[in-house]
Design a protein around this ligand. Structure first.
Ligand SMILES: Cc1cc2nc3c(=O)[nH]c(=O)nc-3n(C[C@H](O)[C@H](O)[C@H](O)COP(=O)(O)OP(=O)(O)OC[C@H]3O[C@@H](n4cnc5c(N)ncnc54)[C@H](O)[C@@H]3O)c2cc1C
Length: 475
């Protein structure tokens, strides 16, 4: 173990030549470019359809038609984004590999925000535009939309569901709900989108005006529905059946953790890498359909897979009661925090709580010279630490440097450090453990606010953003 002194202590580092340069995976860059191009091209295509349909000319001069035309445009872009919301969360390999889970979750929030406000603008603009043309009260017009126009009753029900999902996703409301309740409500978004969109195909001028537009929308619709069925249901079932994964052992791991080991057929064909995660379902009785994401906690091998969890609630507590032989269903592998992202020769791993799990698997898989990899862990109490056995093996067999930093968090600016190390500036501590910082890739895993604090110090220490690789354990 490497003692990291609370204030001014120095730690011995093994000087070793830089031997191995792992280039960034060019395939990830290609996936990213393809996914970005698809999103931009289709969004531009929708606006182009509106322009060709006379959209721009209709906005000249401020008349009732200006309102209805802008209402059409906001509706079109909102519909496009709503369908992308479904596609982004359908676990399509193009998006999964192109963006990675964390970026997709951020994008999902961003796209969801804009599709919702554009939907609201669409309703208000059309209500005002049609009411001005017919010279009636806008609310009378709204009522007429709902009862007289084809598909509008369904669209109204869909809009109510979308509003419900958006409201419960506001951070304050979200924190008051159990994850399971929030997730169940969130699934209503699929129904909301399904109900809200058909009115466009039945009544929308922009959908019916050109065969190209009609073909585009039906294709996007069919693609969204098929993606959900194929990638969220069909592929996981097929993969799970093909590999026949079963629990082989369940071990307590520290005072608050558990490690589950599994085996299966031809596991190398899962294509999993250290640092990645799966969504796991254990067929151990009622409630087994609820999937939980856990990272691989040791390098995946054809002989087996393992996960390690900190007991947080029902789902993780249930892991402790699994019996050998329990059938396992997997969705994945997902995640970008793999060795493919590496550019340097040395590794600095910083993990909090269960965040140590993927870092240990990376340390087991990745090549480095003795002394060239360092693992810093943060736990509230010493006994909470996970994977200590595997870390001990890495110290003894691979020569990693290990610095556990247990204890309550520091009240100072570097809140990722424990109070016992509050006298350190975070950036200074990072340069202390890794004086030749340019040779390092830094892998980070833990709760989002903790990671934000480490990242601020890493940037302060001079670590380039493309040398920081992270996965958040929060959704
Ligand atoms: C990409 C990723 C990888 C993860 N890897 C690990 C790991 O290797 N080891 C580990 O201990 N933990 C990991 N987690 C966290 C783990 O998924 C949650 O702690 C676990 O699902 C909690 O479930 P629970 O029913 O025991 O607790 P609950 O009391 O139900 O929830 C505790 C917290 O976990 C979150 N959570 C609950 N269920 C889920 C779910 N299905 N999906 C996402 N978040 C959920 C909730 O937001 C809640 O704040 C990971 C999370 C993510 C997003």
């Amino acid at each position: 173990m490497t003692a990291l002194a609370p204030r001014t202590g120095r730690i011995a580092t093994t000087a070793s030549p830089a031997r191995l340069l792992v280039p960034q995976n060019p395939r990830t860059a290609v996936w990213h470019a393809c996914a970005t191009i698809v999103i931009w091209l289709t969004s531009l295509f929708v606006v182009a359809l509106w322009v060709v349909g006379g959209g721009v000319t209709a906005t000249i001069g401020f008349t009732a038609e200006t309102l209805t035309t802008l209402g059409r445009l906001t509706g079109l872009v909102s519909a496009n984004l709503l369908l992308y919301q479904v596609l982004l969360m359908a676990r399509i390999p193009l998006f999964e590999r192109g963006f990675g889970r964390d970026a997709m979750t951020r994008m999902h929030r961003f796209v969801g925000f804009w599709s919702f406000w554009l939907l609201a603008a669409h309703i208000v603009l059309l209500m005002l535009g049609y009411a001005a043309t017919a010279a009636i009260n806008p609310f009378v017009q709204l009522w007429q939309f709902v009862v007289d126009y084809p598909g509008m009753l369904l669209a109204t029900a869909g809009t109510v569901l979308i509003v419900l999902v958006v409201v419960t996703s506001i951070r304050k409301a979200r924190s008051k709900l159990r994850y399971e309740s929030w997730h169940l409500l969130h699934l209503y978004a699929y129904l909301g989108v399904g109900l809200a969109l058909p009115h466009q195909l039945w009544t929308g001028a922009d959908f019916l005006s050109s065969p190209l537009a009609t073909a585009y929308w039906w294709t996007l619709w069919a693609a969204a529905a098929a993606s959900v069925v194929i990638f969220r249901i069909g592929m996981p079932l097929l993969k799970s059946a093909r590999h026949g994964i079963r629990v082989t052992a369940v071990e307590r791991d520290g005072d608050q953790g558990v490690t589950v080991r599994m085996s299966g057929r031809r596991l190398h064909r899962l294509g999993a890498r250290a640092g990645q995660f799966f969504v796991w379902r254990f067929a151990d009785g009622p409630g087994w359909t609820r999937g939980h994401p856990f990272s691989l906690s040791s390098a995946p091998a054809s002989a087996g897979l393992s996960i390690s969890a900190r007991i947080a609630g029902d789902g993780t507590e249930r892991l402790t009661r699994l019996r050998p032989g329990t059938r396992v269903l997997v969705e994945g592998p997902y995640g970008h925090m793999t060795g493919a992202a590496r550019k340097g020769t040395k590794l600095l791993m910083i993990g909090a709580g269960a965040g140590v799990a993927p870092l240990v698997s990376l340390l087991e898989e990745q090549p480095y010279a003795p002394g060239d990899a360092m693992l810093i862990t943060r736990d509230h109490a010493e006994g909470d630490a996970l994977r200590l056995g595997a870390i001990g093996d890495l110290v003894a067999q691979r020569g990693i440097r290990f610095a556990p930093l247990p204890g309550p968090r520091s009240p100072g600016p570097s809140s990722w450090l424990p109070a016992s190390h509050g006298a350190w500036r975070g950036a200074e501590l990072i340069r202390h453990v890794a004086p030749d910082l340019d040779a390092y890739d830094v892998y980070l895993c833990g709760p989002i606010p903790w990671m934000a604090s480490v990242e601020a110090d890493l940037r302060d220490a001079g670590v380039a953003p493309d040398r920081i690789h992270s996965e958040a354990f929060t959704v």
